[in-house]
Design a protein around this ligand. Structure first.
Ligand code: FMN
Length: 217
């Protein structure tokens, strides 16, 4: 048994080996990751850590990454009524299609008043079934806390959607210290190591859940 005290002193255990001994870990099919830029504010910082995360993913041959920028998608802010047969706006069907097609989602979030931005909640709520059995990873940024409050609130929301939020988070406290004015990483090696761990964990879950989803259909 590992107590919490032991755990604090020992190095982190690697992500568990596949518990069903199946070949999904060795699948050569890349993991389709959808990265969502969650802030839509004018002059926002969000595209900077997003571009860095995209670049990190593109260095891997086990990830195929696409980006959705909520500022460009312009989802309506008013949710529909209870008539499920009513047509949905094209931006919504497009968003739902891309969530469904993804093996994993990365949410890039700032912290606004100790929470996550309304633009993200609106987007999350437009889609339901398509989220199920999808691993979700977070990249956050903000002042002293790096936006971890936003991440913990998002975890609670994503439970309801039957997603699997991964433990590793890429967090940028005092975000202006991590990137130059031109968006270049100020500590590229350490940041790249963190990104590797993050994508390793995300892709592990993505393969596991892809296998599970394929089996249940
Ligand atoms: C409405 C609002 C509330 C904010 N609240 C917090 C906060 O509670 N904690 C914090 O560290 N930073 C806070 N900030 C600072 C943001 O983290 C910072 O402005 C960041 O750049 C916002 O992301 P964005 O530029 O992509 O919109 C807040 C910013 C805004 C616009």
């Amino acid at each position: 048994m590992t107590s919490q005290a032991t755990r604090a002193r020992t190095p982190e255990r690697p992500t568990p080996e596949p518990y069903i001994g199946e070949p999904f870990l060795h699948s050569h099919q890349p993991v389709r990751v959808l990265l969502i830029i969650g802030s839509t504010r004018q002059g926002r910082f969000g595209p900077v850590p997003s571009a860095w995360a995209v670049e990190q993913a593109r260095m891997r041959d086990d990830v195929e990454l696409e980006v959705i920028d909520l500022a460009e998608l312009s989802l309506p802010m008013v949710l529909p009524g209870d008539d499920y047969a009513a047509p949905l706006p094209e931006s919504v069907t497009e968003f739902a299609r891309r969530i469904e097609a993804a093996d994993a989602v990365v949410v890039v979030t700032p912290v606004y008043n100790r929470g996550y931005p309304a633009s993200l909640k609106n987007a999350i709520d437009w889609v339901y079934d398509e989220w199920a059995a999808t691993p979700v990873g977070f990249i956050s940024y903000g002042g002293r806390t790096g936006g971890i409050e936003a991440v913990e609130q998002l975890r609670a929301v994503f439970v309801e959607l039957n997603t699997m939020t991964i433990r590793k988070v890429l967090t940028f406290p005092n975000f202006w210290e991590h990137f130059t004015d031109h968006g270049v990483a100020t500590n590229p090696d350490a940041m790249a190591r963190a990104a590797t761990g993050f994508y390793d964990q995300l892709t592990w879950w993505a393969r596991a859940l892809r296998t599970a989803r394929n089996r249940s259909t």
